[in-house]
Unconditional design. Structure first.
Length: 80
């Protein structure tokens, strides 16, 4: 598991395929809370989404890289 303290607010979250997944709002427990502006469309719009820290492969400055491709990581998001 990565050191969650290295994850910065407003860091970009990208999938293993380089696709933008979201922007970090903050870390809550064992999850990354994404900003509302990256929350999707339709019924998903306007909600915070979360991604498990278990999906984080690496942290490079202001970028959080996931171990899953962007389209797969989105299926793991949890709404709040």
């Amino acid at each position: 598991m990565v050191d969650a303290s290295q994850i910065k607010e407003h860091a970009e979250v990208i999938g293993a395929d380089g696709v933008h997944v979201g922007t970090v709002d903050k870390v809550e427990g064992d999850r990354i809370k994404l900003t509302k502006k990256d929350s999707g469309e339709g019924s998903h719009k306007g909600h915070h989404h979360f991604i498990s820290l278990g999906l984080v492969a690496d942290i490079e400055g202001d970028t959080v890289r996931l171990s899953a491709n962007g389209d797969v990581a989105v299926t793991f998001e949890e709404e709040a």
